[in-house]
Design a protein around this ligand. Structure first.
Ligand SMILES: Cc1cc2nc3c(=O)[nH]c(=O)nc-3n(C[C@H](O)[C@H](O)[C@H](O)COP(=O)(O)OP(=O)(O)OC[C@H]3O[C@@H](n4cnc5c(N)ncnc54)[C@H](O)[C@@H]3O)c2cc1C
Length: 572
């Protein structure tokens, strides 16, 4: 089934949760956004989407240190970057278009819906661009940013080592100071996405490593730029040892990288020695958000496939049907599944767009206080956008398999691939468990709790506005109950012992994400221009409230009890 870019749904998310049209976007109009969305959607559907199946079947191949991407990958990557799509968000000083984050997020959804295994490569390049732009020396910026922004070169993130995944304090990769201001890097990194491939001339690795005199733990980690090809055109002392055989995203090479077989790969320090994690954290908001957007993309694709199948497949008789077999889309239980898929995807899209808009405001607002508050808002929303969107991606893709019945279990329909591909998303870029801990232990207290309070107040305003516009509906009662349950849970967690907060963090994050996303969807129903679109979104928002938000209230009510129960259980 072909991919239909959901241009109007994305534009609505940009206008409402993304606040396109507000002061921070004076230089960027809805007409600009619409024109870009039209072109990007076309490219995604016509050129990238056909790679999806072939990438899954062929996978990336390894031989003698070289990685070959699946058929068509190289050619599409070249025409995609030559068309300027890699440069959307990059800094203008180095050839980027410096468009707002809401625009980058919108296009990221297209690329990932079309083929997530292909699109993860530029997502990592974007992270490398951001880290270099924020922390590298002017000389490194001059040498690397133009090529990374044009997409002629790609970037990677090298954090993970066998003994060091979620916890980076145990990193062992070594760095030694050279006499010429460069560093010699030695060690092994695992699971490195696009660590080696044949789509670009050079690969710029950002590597976390430890100097011999560095303090132990995370305070002794430095960040280095280690290119595959050195400025003099020779090969650096690094190689891909092997690639992994994975559950999904087969087209994306996941590499074991060896640095320093011949005495040490040449690297350049980014930022200050021992401050590498701080440099990484600068780009965490964006990278985590973009992984959330990958979730929205794959959920949208799975939803479209499920709708298409349900419109064709005939089985049984739906209530009220008189002639022959009904299309399965008419069966109430299938309708329920399809609505669940569509509304969860829409909610995640709104949440990601709200996060992108907060990032934009933190960079574009005219006064310092507004920028600071926006940054706090972006920091609060980021773990929600990452976790919620990637969790629902797995759920939506799984429901998509169910809608297909037995056919969903076979590879021909593609439904199984969406499920397999989605499964990595809650794991990489900080597992969703780590995101929830980040929310509960750090983000709730931002600006003395004011950031969260304001977001909940906005949610309440959306409820009141919707009631004014659409009249009384069950939505209000459900949302009010959820907000009250959430506030009670947040208060209880703020004074709870850490073990309790850590155990309650995951359901707590889900409850908050669902409630806030529901407010954004309701707001979108109020803002939609056309009466039919308005009514449809209102209907979706009510369905989402009746199913998901109602559960969120229950999750809050049980989070502490569940955490207490966990505490008393001993597992060996
Ligand atoms: C396909 C793929 C691509 C990847 N790409 C890259 C890449 O490009 N660059 C890179 O550097 N890495 C990459 N990774 C690595 C990825 O980021 C890690 O797998 C991830 O951070 C989790 O680390 P881990 O696998 O060691 O799991 P672990 O850290 O061992 O975690 C196992 C489980 O324990 C939980 N857990 C761990 N610590 C805690 C804690 N303190 N509190 C509560 N729960 C905890 C986790 O949430 C998880 O559920 C990739 C991984 C995969 C599978």
């Amino acid at each position: 089934m072909t991919y239909q870019p959901p241009v109007s749904a994305i534009l609505l998310a940009m206008r409402t949760a993304g606040r396109l049209g507000s002061d921070i976007y004076q230089d960027f109009s809805a007409a600009d956004a619409e024109a870009i969305l039209g072109e990007a959607g076309k490219f995604a559907a016509e050129q990238i989407a056909p790679l999806n199946r072939v990438g899954d079947k062929e996978g990336a191949r390894y031989s003698d240190g070289k990685v070959t991407t699946p058929t068509g990958w190289k050619e599409v990557y070249r025409s995609w970057s030559e068309a300027g799509w890699n440069s959307l968000a990059g800094p203008a000083d180095y050839g980027g278009q410096e468009l707002p984050m809401i625009m980058a997020v919108a296009c990221t959804e297209f690329w990932n819906a079309a083929c997530i295994a292909f699109a993860v490569c530029p997502l990592l390049t974007a992270g490398a661009i951001e880290a270099i732009a924020a922390h590298a020396s002017p000389a490194l910026k001059e040498r690397y940013l133009p090529h990374l922004i044009s997409g002629v070169w790609t970037g990677t993130m090298n954090l993970t080592e066998p003994q060091s995944g979620s916890d980076l304090s145990g990193l062992r990769c070594k760095a030694e100071r050279g006499s010429d201001g460069t560093y010699r890097i030695t060690g092994t990194k695992i699971y490195i996405t696009y660590g080696e491939h044949d789509c670009s001339e050079n690969i710029v690795h950002l590597v976390l490593a430890r100097l011999s005199d560095a303090p132990a733990g995370t305070r002794g980690i430095s960040l280095f730029l280690v290119p595959k090809i050195l400025p003099d055109g020779t090969r650096n002392d690094l190689r891909c040892h092997s690639i992994e055989h994975k559950f999904g995203i087969h087209g994306s090479p996941t590499c074991t990288m060896i640095y320093g077989d011949r005495g040490g790969a040449t690297g350049w320090l980014i930022g200050e020695e021992n401050r590498g994690l701080n440099c990484m954290f600068t780009m965490m908001n964006n990278a985590r958000l973009l992984v959330g957007v990958q979730g929205v993309g794959v959920a949208e694709r799975a939803t479209q496939a499920a709708f298409a199948y349900a419109r064709e497949r005939r089985q049984g008789k739906a209530p009220g049907s008189n002639d022959g077999q009904s299309r399965i889309i008419e069966h109430p239980d299938v309708k329920r599944m399809l609505l669940e898929m569509r509304t969860k995807t829409a909610a995640a899209r709104m949440l990601c767009m709200a996060t992108a808009s907060a990032i934009d405001e933190s960079l574009r607002a005219s006064n310092e206080q507004q920028r600071r508050k926006a940054l706090a808002r972006a920091s609060l929303l980021t773990p929600l956008a990452k976790s919620y969107s990637t969790d629902i991606a797995v759920e939506v893709a799984s429901t998509g398999v169910q809608v297909h019945g037995g056919m969903g279990y076979f590879e021909e329909t593609g439904a199984a691939q969406y499920y397999r591909d989605a499964r990595i998303l809650p794991i990489y870029e900080g597992t969703n468990g780590i995101q929830a801990i980040d929310l509960v232990m750090r983000k709730l207290q931002l600006e003395n709790g004011e950031t969260l309070t304001l977001e909940l107040e906005h949610c309440e305003e959306s409820i009141a506005r919707a009631e004014k516009e659409f009249g009384p509906s069950p939505f209000r009662a459900v949302m009010s109950r959820s907000l009250a349950a959430f506030r009670a849970c947040a208060a209880a967690l703020s004074s709870a012992e850490p073990t309790l907060s850590l155990a309650a963090a995951n359901p707590f994050l889900r409850a908050l994400a669902t409630t806030l996303a529901s407010g954004y969807v309701m707001n979108a129903a109020c803002e939609a221009h056309e009466a039919s679109e308005k009514q449809q979104i209102f209907t979706y928002a009510n369905f989402f409230a009746a199913t998901e938000v109602a559960l969120a209230a229950a999750q809050c009510e049980t989070a502490i009890a569940c955490a207490t129960a966990i505490k008393s259980v001993k597992l060996d």
